[in-house]
Design a protein around this ligand. Structure first.
Ligand SMILES: [Zn+2]
Ligand SMILES: [Zn+2]
Length: 292
């Protein structure tokens, strides 16, 4: 038990380490690199950099979320607003499970592949659950409330959603174990991919995008306001989950991004967070209709 408390203490110290140079370098290298690649390939007019410079609408919120994530404040806020309940529960799940099944795979490349595919399978289902279960959707809706894509839209996510997701994110660790380097490699690769998915690129990546990887065009369908596109293309990295579980939608032109009756992007980030929590709680504890 004292070992567990030590772990919690170490985690808390890590949480308040706002200026972690490694983290800042990690975020800025990946994001700035991706922003420059997009500018180079698509030109200034279509680039996310131009949108960030103009600093309008939902891009403002995306930018703030990127900054608080890069400076490690995002996780701290997520812990504070949820009283650390989900982070603690995830840690308990890990400590009590510890199946470490991946140690039985001798080949490190195969082990990495198993960790990658299994983590992505978990992402598909956690994403689908966040759309299916109404109170969760009220949190996840915030990510969908971006009305245009700029690469930083990847960082737009409600704090409470992120905290709840810990319960899903711990599953691969608890079941597979495997060295932390494998998870870090998965994180870096999927980070780069996720930034590309929320960019001004609209390519469907041909055969690769139809059967293997989620393409920018496929993720635009997921963010589309059009009714026919609802609950389609949940996959995070590998599009074949959508094909296997019947939620695939082929790439077509998307006219409008966002959510219906969008309450966000009007009164600043703090107000947006409050709106998200209010909508979550109203959905969790709906008021009974008054009897006539
Ligand atoms: Zn979604
Ligand atoms: Zn998205």
């Amino acid at each position: 038990m004292s070992e567990f408390l030590e772990l919690v203490k170490a985690k808390l110290i890590a949480l308040i380490d706002i200026f972690d140079p490694m983290l800042i370098v990690y975020y800025f290298c990946i994001v700035i690199g991706m922003l420059l690649i997009e500018w180079l390939l698509l030109g200034w007019e279509k680039s996310s950099l131009k949108k960030i410079k103009e600093f309008k609408g939902s891009v403002k919120t995306d930018f703030f979320f990127f900054l608080i994530d890069a400076f490690n404040v995002y996780n701290l806020i997520a812990v504070i607003v949820t009283f650390g309940v989900f982070h603690l529960a995830a840690r308990l799940i890990y400590e009590t499970t510890h199946l470490d099944l991946a140690v039985h795979i001798a080949n490190p490349y195969l082990q990495f592949a198993v960790v990658f595919v299994f983590s992505d399978f978990k992402n598909y289902w956690s994403h689908r659950i966040f759309h299916r279960y109404m109170p969760f959707w009220k949190l996840h809706e915030f990510h969908h409330s971006a009305t245009e894509f700029c690469m930083l839209t990847r960082y737009r996510g409600h704090f409470v959603e992120n905290a709840v997701k810990r319960l899903f994110d711990v599953i691969p660790f608890a079941i597979l174990g495997a060295p932390i380097e494998s998870y870090f490699a998965v994180k870096v690769l999927s980070e780069i991919h996720q930034i590309a998915l929320h960019s001004s690129f609209t390519s469907d990546w041909g055969w690769l995008g139809r059967y293997i990887l989620v393409s920018p065009a496929a993720h635009r369908i997921h963010h589309s306001v059009e009714f026919d596109h609802y609950d389609k293309n949940f996959s995070n990295t590998f599009i074949f989950w959508d094909r296997i579980f019947g939620t695939y939608h082929p790439a077509v032109d998307v006219k409008e991004l966002g959510v219906e009756d969008n309450p966000y992007n009007k009164e600043g980030m703090v107000k947006d967070m409050v709106i998200g929590v209010r909508r979550f709680l109203t959905s969790l504890f709906p008021r009974k209709a008054s009897s006539q």
